[in-house]
Design a protein around this ligand. Structure first.
Ligand SMILES: [Zn+2]
Length: 461
């Protein structure tokens, strides 16, 4: 049996090398799929053979970003990392990543490395059962308007059932304390728990976000979210029973943002200030998760800060380009909660009025139904607009949404090249331009921006 396993693994490794050589998607899934089919117990095999720490990261929002950030910090501290950070977060992606720890004959060789894995929330419980990770990171559970069938409730119940089992007593849980949906899981966890969250009174008076549903405690009483930072995340407590947010051991405070940079302190310490590229409270949560894990891995704060200051821009996620002395920043928008967060972030940049190009597509990868734009608070950004160009396959729907939201001055231009030219020409010298793009639009606009900016992404200092 072992011989067959090694033959299959070595074939998969060869397949991965072949795919990489011909740049056919980098081999992030197919070799894993092949192994999964012929060696069904491969995840148990990984758990038995891999000697370094295995860290799994899950949650509905921010997995890929947190995984990439943590990989960046850990590897820049000299620890070799095996990761599926290209975003293939099902079993096949995990197995494909594991192939990197094997030699050409399928034998495990990389004893000194760490595995940092992004895992889809729907398969997290079953994956952890087999993989027995050293650290589990739970980021959040967001419901969006597409969750009509209660999928999030099912996931939460699965997590609760699995993570209350006693065999996790040697596992460390790192959890976002601001998400009340995760609190029952962390409170019934048998191993050690580290909580992270935000402690910033200046952010506590956010206007009502209409995508936030009413939340109930296990005792049936409405949860009081007395400070909201991002979506349903914030400070919370039940007004009847003793269920309440645990005070975080690692927290972000003194959060400030200007047009291109985000600043905050860790645990109120000015000697632990970070200045980073990605804007938004959701970015603070992502950084905070990676920082909490890094501190737990005994990486010194100075080393974390250094790694983050060297951070490369992540493909399509707030990437910034310089064209004709104007900085163009890309935001991926795919659902109302995400769009509301971008709107909230842009509204905090009060320096000047905003130049925005918004392209709405409805290809398969964007989601065919564009009615979600009516669940987002478009009204909240209207008064802050200077120039607005509307584009994408469903530009007309978006134009109607802005008109109903109270903005009547805009240009509708479906041609990508022309729409970019319009927003650049309309915007003042040295100004910032924000592109709000659905997934397929982001792929196209990014490609064009790489070309016209001379292929050089712009780095904030
Ligand atoms: Zn209660």
């Amino acid at each position: 049996m072992n011989l067959i396993k090694y033959i299959i693994l070595s074939k998969a490794i060869f397949l991965k090398q072949l795919l990489r050589f011909f740049v056919l998607g980098g081999g992030t899934a197919l070799p894993g799929l092949f192994v999964e089919k012929f060696v069904p117990h491969i995840l148990n095999d990984i758990a038995n053979n891999f000697q370094g720490k295995i860290i799994v990261i899950s949650g509905t929002n921010g997995k890929t970003t947190v995984t990439n950030t943590l990989v960046n910090i850990v590897s820049s501290n000299g620890i070799p990392v095996i990761s599926n950070n290209a975003g293939s977060n099902l079993h096949r992606g995990i197995i494909s990543a594991y192939l990197d720890a094997l030699n050409n004959f399928g034998k495990f060789v990389k004893n000194d490395s760490m595995m940092i894995l992004e895992v889809d929330e729907a398969i997290l419980a079953s994956t952890c059962k087999k993989l027995k990770p050293s650290i589990i990171m739970l980021l959040n559970l967001f419901r969006d308007q597409l969750d009509r069938y209660g999928e999030i409730d099912t996931i939460r119940k699965n997590w609760l059932k699995e993570f209350s089992l006693s065999y996790y007593q040697n596992t460390h849980l790192i959890v976002n304390t601001d998400d009340y949906l995760l609190s029952e899981i962390s409170k019934s966890f048998s191993g050690e728990v580290t909580y992270y969250g935000i402690e910033d009174s200046s952010l506590e008076n956010n206007k009502v976000d209409h995508t936030i549903e009413t939340c109930y405690c296990n005792c049936g009483i409405k949860i009081d979210k007395f400070a909201r930072y991002y979506g349903h995340l914030g400070k919370w407590k039940c007004i009847v029973c003793d269920n309440q947010r645990t005070k975080p051991q690692i927290y972000a405070s003194n959060i400030q943002q200007d047009n291109l940079n985000l600043k905050f302190d860790i645990n109120d310490r000015q000697d632990q200030e970070l200045k980073l590229l990605n804007l938004g409270v959701f970015s603070v949560y992502n950084y905070l998760a990676a920082i909490t894990a890094s501190l737990f891995l005994n990486i010194h704060f100075k080393q974390i800060a250094h790694a983050l200051s060297q951070e490369k821009q992540i493909f399509g996620r707030q990437e910034t380009f310089l064209v004709k002395n104007k900085t163009i920043k890309l935001f991926l928008v795919k659902n109302p909660i995400g769009l509301n967060q971008v709107i909230q972030t842009l509204n905090t940049l009060k320096k000047k009025k905003l130049n925005i190009l918004f392209a709405l597509n409805n290809q398969i990868e964007d989601g065919i139904d564009v009615s979600w734009i009516y669940d987002a608070d478009i009204e909240m950004i209207v008064s802050g607009l200077k120039n607005l160009v509307i584009s994408g396959d469903r530009a007309d729907d978006l134009a109607l949404r802005f008109t109903l939201g109270g903005r009547k001055e805009f240009i509708v231009e479906k041609n990508l090249k022309n729409s970019i030219d319009f927003i650049i020409d309309l915007s003042a010298e040295d100004s910032e331009i924000y592109l709000l793009l659905t997934y397929s639009a982001m792929m196209k606009y990014r490609k064009y921006l790489v070309k016209i900016s001379g292929g050089k992404p712009f780095w904030a200092n």
